[in-house]
Design a protein around this ligand. Structure first.
Ligand code: AMP
Ligand code: ZN
Length: 461
């Protein structure tokens, strides 16, 4: 069986043929680091981690290059820096916001069982490459300077709009956006914009300014993966304008027929039918889910969220619910117990075939349930590992419940009761001593009388 992937550009599933099997190259748009990532943002990270692992399995770990960028220049970041660190110079404030958010992000996605990509470049480290690319685009007649900006001229590219299936004429006719007078075409987008003295900026041939959003991915993918590479991914909302514009910039600058062979997009994680997003305010951060009791009254293991997501095919929407997590946790608790410490077999073909069919993870999960029912521990161990589930770091639902009981138990009250019981025993008042033991038992505490006359206790499992 060969790997087949759905390509947004051609709108069909295609056999995957790497440009160079000794270096399979994938680029996925990463986070803008101004705030905690939400669990909707976690979806592309998990989906493309599953693909990264599959490619490593098929081509060999050393033959796959996966780049996921970090957007650390953005007006939302500037606003957050001014709000959170008004006393600091802007550059320093921005650095604080981006460093803190980026390291939180790394911790979050690690807890979801995701491997580190081969490289995670930051946009601010590629400003020179962006300037170079914009210079080429101007020289080739694909970009122009107007109104304090450098803009991409969408009319200069014959098939602009092919990825998102939008025709330029339709866009003009239906344009609701106020036409900005300096643009030749309402769809022309910013490559570079001038910065005021208060805004962050870099020197450029067009004055001190900062890059538009799309150019960074064109510059970073070129630096790491070359002018043309295999797979470009992200969430559905990135098809237009972000990916359409990346594609336009890269193809026009390099004079290539394509930027990437396959364009892949995951569907949305939704809340009551609406996309989970910062702007709608209907979001749950990864951190809240893993480190607080806000959802279902307990903390969740990141691998539970991973499984809950993989139960749905990546192109379908998912409705977020605590019930989905509960089901995933019950399944994982059982599988992990079975597979713990077991020598893995090779991966069953049922799992591998399903993965190769455009990442059919719902089918994979069905297979996992089957292996669980058959108690085929070696096959289960191999499959879980291949999918990024690790028993060494997994904390089961039962363990979590014990931890929670510990955290909420009033240890002083327990100590007081134990002291009273020791006094009753010393007075040979066995009835009272037994009553206290029962009271502790009802609280979920079991006690053990030690040889040295002390009593130790623990929360019952
Ligand atoms: P952003 O930081 O908003 O650019 O998003 C980072 C990544 O998360 C992009 O690939 C988005 O497409 C993706 N994304 C954002 N919201 C959702 C959502 N509710 N469901 C799935 N993916 C999302
Ligand atoms: Zn991008």
């Amino acid at each position: 069986m060969t790997l087949r992937l759905y390509n947004t550009l051609t709108r069909r599933k295609e056999d995957f043929k790497p440009l160079d099997p000794s270096n399979v190259r994938m680029y996925v748009c990463g986070p803008t680091v101004y705030d905690f990532a939400h669990i909707g943002n976690a979806r592309p990270v998990i989906v493309f981690d599953v693909l990264f692992r599959l490619l490593r399995h098929l081509y060999g770990p050393e033959h796959v290059t996966y780049v996921r960028n970090i957007t650390d220049v953005d007006d939302k970041i500037n606003a957050r820096a001014l709000r959170d660190f008004p006393e600091l110079p802007l550059n320093e404030a921005i650095r604080r916001v981006t460093e803190k958010t980026a390291s939180q992000y790394q911790a979050d996605v690690k807890a979801l069982g995701c491997l580190e990509p081969t490289a995670q470049p930051r946009a601010t480290e590629f400003i020179d490459q962006m300037i170079e690319m914009i210079t080429v685009l101007i020289a080739k007649g694909n970009a122009y300077q107007a109104g304090g900006e450098v803009l991409f001229d969408v009319a200069s590219m014959k098939d602009y709009g092919a990825l998102s299936n939008r025709k330029l004429e339709d866009q003009q006719a239906g344009a609701r956006v106020a036409v900005e007078v300096h643009k030749k075409n309402p769809g022309d987008f910013v490559l570079w914009k001038l910065s005021s003295a208060e805004e962050p900026g870099w020197e450029s041939p067009w004055g001190r300014g900062r890059p538009g959003w799309h150019i960074e991915c064109s510059a970073m993918s070129k630096s790491y993966l070359g002018e043309v590479f295999d797979i470009h991914g992200g969430g559905l909302d990135l098809i237009f304008p972000h990916h359409e514009n990346e594609l336009a910039q890269s193809r026009c600058a390099h004079g290539t027929k394509k930027m990437a062979s396959v364009w892949m997009h995951n569907g949305f994680l939704q809340v009551e039918g609406q996309k989970m997003s910062k702007s709608l305010g209907n979001f749950v951060t990864i951190n809240e889910l893993l480190d607080t009791d806000k959802f279902g009254g307990r903390k969740w293991d990141g691998q539970v969220l991973r499984l809950a997501m993989l139960k749905t095919h990546y192109r379908q929407p998912i409705d977020w619910s605590v019930r989905g997590l509960e089901e995933a946790q019950i399944a994982l608790d059982g599988w992990m117990q079975l597979a713990k410490g077991v020598e893995p077999s090779t991966i069953p073909s049922g799992i591998l075939d399903a993965l190769q069919d455009d990442l059919n993870t719902p089918q994979v999960v069905t297979e996992l349930y089957r292996l669980g029912r058959l108690k085929d521990a070696p096959a289960l161990a191999a499959s879980l590992h291949r999918l990024g589930f690790e028993d060494t770091t997994y904390i089961s639902g039962a363990r979590r419940a014990v931890e929670k009981a510990f955290a909420t138990m009033d240890a002083r009250e327990v100590d007081t009761l134990i002291t009273a019981r020791l006094a009753a025993r010393a007075a040979k008042n066995w009835k009272e001593s037994d009553r206290i033991r029962d009271e502790l038992d009802a609280m979920g505490v079991s006690i053990k009388d030690n040889k040295d006359g002390t009593t130790s206790w623990e929360v019952k499992r």
